[in-house]
Design a binder for this molecule. Structure first.
Ligand SMILES: Nc1nc2c(c(=O)[nH]1)N[C@H]1C(S)=C(S)[C@@H](COP(=O)(O)O)O[C@H]1N2
Ligand SMILES: [Mo]
Length: 201
């Protein structure tokens, strides 16, 4: 008999309702940090969230303005392309629908830009319709800096590399353009349910 502690590897799979976990994923109780570079430090009086590109006019919010917008609490599962999934993560943030409320655009794609230079591309329709939030609270406190605070994107229905940490702005475009990981061979869309990990999947 082995000394395997029940729960040590996270919630056992038999406790999961069928269809909860995308193919090839395992559940982790941890919250791994995956960053392609150092955690950027942004003085809060200089922090801005911007909307730019193919829009009627650019928008920007200061930290106080951004955190005064109507916010929502969401509890979602997140799925990393390196195969860990974390269940029932709790966040608070501003729906992208709210940010785009009176933005007029013909754009079909969005490039998320991070402080520090990371980018990732998504179709605009994957950010709208209650599917994505710019979050600033994680569990009971602020989003920790290593996990993307002060504010990060949360797009739970795509692999987590599609959720930019340290979000600085959304660039709306009529054409698609690969971001940091997409240039390096990751899939351009990244649907975990279809295992779209790498280009060609
Ligand atoms: N700005 C930025 N955002 C990023 C990354 C990054 O390196 N820089 N890594 C991505 C990847 S690959 C994943 S899996 C998640 C990891 O988020 P976490 O570190 O909070 O787990 O953030 C994504 N967003
Ligand atoms: Mo990732």
């Amino acid at each position: 008999m082995g000394f395997t502690t029940r729960g040590f590897r996270g919630r056992p799979h038999e406790d999961l309702e069928p269809g909860r976990l995308p193919p090839g994923q395992y559940v982790t109780p941890d919250y791994p940090v995956l960053s392609a570079g150092p955690t950027p430090i942004v003085p809060m009086d200089q922090w801005r969230l911007m909307i730019s590109g193919d829009v009627d006019k650019p928008r920007q919010w200061t930290w106080v303005e951004f955190t005064s917008l109507p916010s929502e609490d969401v509890t979602v599962d997140i799925h990393c392309v390196t195969k860990w999934s974390k269940l029932d993560t709790r966040w608070r943030g501003v729906s992208v629908d709210t940010l785009l409320q009176d933005v007029r655009t013909g754009a079909a794609y969005v490039i998320q830009h991070s402080y520090g230079g990371y980018t990732t591309n998504v179709p605009l329709e994957d950010l709208t319709g209650g599917k994505a939030w710019v979050v600033y609270m994680y569990e009971a406190g602020p989003v920790p800096p290593e996990h993307g605070g002060p504010a990060r994107m949360l797009i739970p229905h795509l692999y987590f590399w599609k959720s930019a940490k340290w979000l600085r702005g959304l660039e709306l475009r009529d054409t698609d353009e690969p971001g940091f990981w997409e240039i390096r061979g990751y899939h351009s869309y990244g649907d975990p349910w279809k295992e779209q990990r790498y280009a060609g999947d």
